[in-house]
Design a protein around this ligand. Structure first.
Ligand code: LMR
Length: 333
């Protein structure tokens, strides 16, 4: 009898200890992304980690996995839905394969002329509608983070639409971007970001499109002789979480994390332009890549060559979505 009592006491003490230990365990957020740390997204992810851990006094731990070290393009969305990772910040050009094609409205060539125009869309009804569409996929959208305007690169100077003819150009997994390259007579090739450097080095693709921060931090200046300042599109990110994980958080923790995300978003959007300007300077200083500034006529010719992509994808991105974005940006054909 005595033995049974002491075993029961020991067992309940052990249980209490383990429960307390588990309760002590911080809530873990694995945050995976595909770019270098020294980029707008890389820095903003680290800043979110700092704020989240500080403000929850260690009740939350954020592990950031940059440069596709945990999951790469084509893997990370499924990993998020399965709960193998809790947070991502993919480019808005990577939501088509998830079935939310409306996100590709961001990829339409020359639809944005400035960050303020972009923010009218991300912070307006379209941004809300897009996040709403993610809920049925088990994903919750938290914020939009800027990177910058995309520039075309290759090992030949790209000044006119004709210069793209027959080039194999790497793109993100977006049909709109595929149509953009086809409209220039180029051959689009969807590829994970982590594979682009090698594909350029070996000639699997001839060129690609990036904001300077991605171009420089992925060392593409080593394998691309020309960078044309086309500003033909944007890289914008949607910060997303696994819905079940997020809804399952203690309410006070979720509120604190929402505050941290708000401040990290402000930080991300404040540093984006300078990060890209500094990266462009760094590319220039390497002397390995010639930076081509297009004349207004050359830019107008690019826009003219690409405008059909809008009409061709109106039903894909949604007629109403497109009309709303045109209204908010004041886009003129
Ligand atoms: C790309 O694949 O080119 C970009 O989306 C990478 C990134 O996250 O900026």
């Amino acid at each position: 009898m005595k033995l049974r009592l002491s075993v029961a006491l020991a067992a309940s003490a052990l249980l209490a200890l383990t429960t307390a230990a588990v309760a002590q365990q911080p809530i873990l957020i694995k945050f995976s992304h595909v770019v270098a740390v020294d980029t707008p997204k890389g820095k903003a992810a680290e800043y979110f980690k700092k704020l989240a851990e500080e403000r929850t006094k260690g009740r939350v731990k954020v592990e950031v996995y940059p440069n596709s070290t945990l999951f790469k393009d084509g893997e990370e969305m499924e990993a998020l839905q399965l709960g193998s990772v809790q947070m991502l910040a993919p480019s808005v050009a990577k939501f088509g394969p998830l079935g939310v094609r409306e996100f590709e409205v961001f990829d339409l060539p020359y639809i944005f002329d400035s960050f303020p125009e972009l923010h009218k869309v991300t912070e307006g009804p379209v941004g809300k509608m897009l996040f709403q569409k993610l809920e049925s996929k088990g994903i919750t959208g938290l914020a939009f983070w800027d990177n910058g305007f995309k520039e075309m690169s290759a090992n030949k100077p790209l000044r006119t639409p004709d210069d793209y003819k027959g080039l194999k150009m790497r793109i993100q997994s977006s049909k709109v971007l595929g149509d953009q390259m086809k409209a220039l007579g180029a051959i689009p090739q969807v590829m994970a970001f982590s594979e682009v450097y090698q594909a350029l080095q070996t000639g699997v693709v001839n060129g690609t499109e990036n904001p300077p921060s991605n171009f420089y931090t992925q060392k593409m200046n080593e394998v691309q002789k020309y960078l044309s300042m086309t500003d033909h599109g944007v890289i914008e990110y949607a910060v997303i979480v696994n819905k079940k994980f997020w809804d399952g958080l203690p309410a006070d923790i979720r509120t604190t994390l929402e505050g941290a995300m708000k401040d990290a978003t402000k930080f991300a959007n404040e540093i984006a332009k300078k990060e890209n300007d500094d990266a462009l300077d760094a590319v220039r200083k390497t002397g390995k890549t010639e930076i081509i500034t297009l004349t207004p006529e050359q830019k107008a010719a690019m826009k003219k060559a690409l405008i059909s992509v809008h009409k061709d994808n109106e039903s894909r991105v949604g007629k109403d979505t497109l009309a709303e974005v045109y209204k908010e940006t004041g886009f003129k054909q």
